[in-house]
Design a protein around this ligand. Structure first.
Ligand code: PNS
Length: 167
């Protein structure tokens, strides 16, 4: 059974993430989207909210599941029997950070391979951080995230954005 883990913060899930999931899931038997629980950053959505938004988004794909992890990613990957960590490279600017993580993970667990996928160019500029910023400032994110995520952002921020919870 080929199992891959696609880790991240997913605050919130975007069409860029989902494009990657759709590509990645075709190459494995099971793809586990793993949300990091302990984060230094102050997220807009709690880990449970992020998991719920993701689960709704990936519901049509039978070999994709959503989970939450603490601690080292490689320990989590080993625990679920994954030999592959999936990550996306949107642009060259992602590369340095991604290479550092991949090499650190290889140092920690040489048997786990990081595989990079390139999302559709339509989403190469989309990030959760920019989605949060646009939504916070009242901009339209309907082409960047699924409709239930856009609704959740509106609920969190109020119809014109800039809600107090936005930070
Ligand atoms: O979506 P993000 O924020 O770029 O995801 C980063 C993530 C969650 C993949 C990364 O921070 C991570 O794997 N954290 C777990 C801690 C860990 O294993 N650190 C050592 C390897 S760099």
């Amino acid at each position: 059974m080929r199992i891959a883990v696609y880790p991240g913060t997913f605050d919130p899930v975007t069409f860029g993430h989902l494009d990657l999931v759709e590509r990645g899931r075709k190459h494995v038997d099971r793809l586990i989207i793993a949300i990091l629980r302990n984060e230094d950053k102050q997220p807009m959505f709690t880990v449970d909210e992020r998991a719920a938004l993701l689960r709704e988004a990936v519901a049509p794909w039978d070999n994709v599941t959503v989970d939450v992890f603490d601690g080292l990613l490689v320990n989590y990957a080993q625990g679920v029997g994954a030999r592959v960590i999936l990550r996306g490279i949107r642009a060259i600017t992602d590369l340095e950070y991604e290479m550092q993580m991949a090499m650190m993970n290889r140092k920690l667990a040489p048997q786990i391979e990081t595989v990079f996928l390139v999302p559709s160019e339509a989403y190469s500029y989309v990030s959760s951080r920019l989605v949060r910023e646009v939504a916070r400032l009242g901009g339209d994110v309907s082409e960047l995230v699924p409709s239930h995520v856009a609704r959740a952002l509106k609920q969190r921020l109020g119809p014109g954005g800039s809600g107090i919870l936005g930070g």
